[in-house]
Design a protein around this ligand. Structure first.
Ligand SMILES: *Cc1c(COP(=O)(O)O)cnc(C)c1O
Length: 244
C-alpha cells in the first residue's frame, strides 16, 4: 500500500505539472470503502489524512476504531434520506448531494457546535439513467438553494463519469463539469471545488481542473468485497432507521 500511495502522489504531481497547475491545488481523498480499518491506519501512517467512504454503517464502524487519528472523512456514496443524520454527525465533507431535500436534512441535522459540513453537489454529466446526481440543468438552482442553508458550506461540484469511455469522451465529461462550475460562478455562487478523478481517469481529471481526486483501487488494490456486499444492503434488508 505504501508504494501505491506514493505512486499516486507522484502521478498527481506529474499530471498537475503537465497541465501547468500547482500540485498543491489538488487534494487526494483515499477511498477506503470495503477496506479494513488497518488499511486506513497504514495510509495514515504514510501521511494520508483525507479518506472517502460510500457506506454509512461501514464508515462509522471504522471511525470508532480509528478515533485516535486526526482524519478528515468524506462521504461520497449515494445518500438515502434516512442516513442524513448519521452523515451530518460523523463526516467533514459530503460530495454526493443530488437533491434539495437531502441538503435541507443535512443542514438541519448538522450538530450544533460543529462547523457547517463542506458540501459538493453531485452532477450526472454522463446522463446514464442508473447514475445518481442532478442533471446539469438543475445544478445551478440546487447550488443556489443549498448555499442558503446554514449547516452546509457549498464548495463545488462532484461527478462520476461513465466508466470505460474512450479518452476523448472521458475528457468531454470532465470538462463539462468544469464548464458548469464556471457558469455557476458566473451566476454569483463562487465554487472552489471540483471533485472528480478516480483511479482510471486521474490524469484526465487533473488536466480538466479537478481540485479533489477520489482514489481507491490505485492506493489499496482491487476491492475483494463487492461494494454491494459491503454496504448495509438497504434494498435487501429493511433499515431499522426511521425518517426523522
Ligand atoms: C469507489 C469510488 C471511488 C474510487 O474509485 P477507484 O476506481 O477505486 O479509484 C471514487 N468515487 C466514488 C464516488 C466511488 O464510489
Amino acid at each position: 500500500m505504501e508504494n501505491r500511495l506514493q505512486a499516486v502522489r507522484d502521478q498527481i504531481v506529474k499530471a498537475a505539472t503537465h497541465a501547468g497547475r500547482s500540485p498543491t491545488a489538488i487534494r487526494l481523498v483515499a477511498v477506503s470503502k470495503t477496506q479494513p480499518a488497518a488499511a486506513v491506519r497504514a495510509a495514515w501512517n504514510e501521511g494520508q489524512r483525507d479518506f472517502g467512504e460510500n457506506y454509512v454503517q461501514e464508515a462509522i464502524a471504522k471511525m470508532s476504531e480509528l478515533a485516535d487519528l486526526d482524519i478528515t472523512w468524506h462521504f461520497i456514496g449515494p445518500i438515502q434520506s434516512n442516513k442524513t443524520r448519521l452523515i451530518a454527525s460523523h463526516f467533514d465533507w459530503v460530495h454526493s448531494i443530488d437533491r434539495l431535500s437531502v441538503a435541507e436534512r443535512l443542514s438541519a441535522q448538522r450538530p450544533a457546535g460543529r462547523p457547517p459540513i463542506d458540501a459538493c453537489i453531485q452532477v450526472n454529466v454522463s446522463g446514464e439513467a442508473s447514475k445518481s446526481g442532478c442533471t446539469p440543468a438543475e445544478a445551478s438552482a440546487l447550488v443556489a438553494a443549498a448555499s442558503r442553508l446554514p449547516g452546509l458550506r457549498v464548495r463545488g461540484l462532484m461527478t462520476v463519469p461513465e466508466p470505460d469511455l474512450p479518452a476523448a469522451q472521458q475528457r468531454e465529461q470532465l470538462e463539462a463539469l468544469r464548464a458548469l462550475q464556471h457558469a455557476i460562478n458566473g451566476d454569483g455562487h463562487p465554487l472552489d471545488t471540483l471533485s472528480m478523478g478516480m483511479s482510471a481517469d486521474l490524469d484526465a481529471a487533473i488536466a480538466a481542473g479537478s481540485t479533489i481526486v477520489r482514489i481507491g483501487t490505485a492506493i489499496f488494490g482491487a476491492r475483494t468485497v463487492s461494494p454491494d456486499r459491503a454496504s448495509s444492503a438497504p434494498t435487501l434488508t429493511p433499515s431499522p432507521d426511521t425518517l426523522s
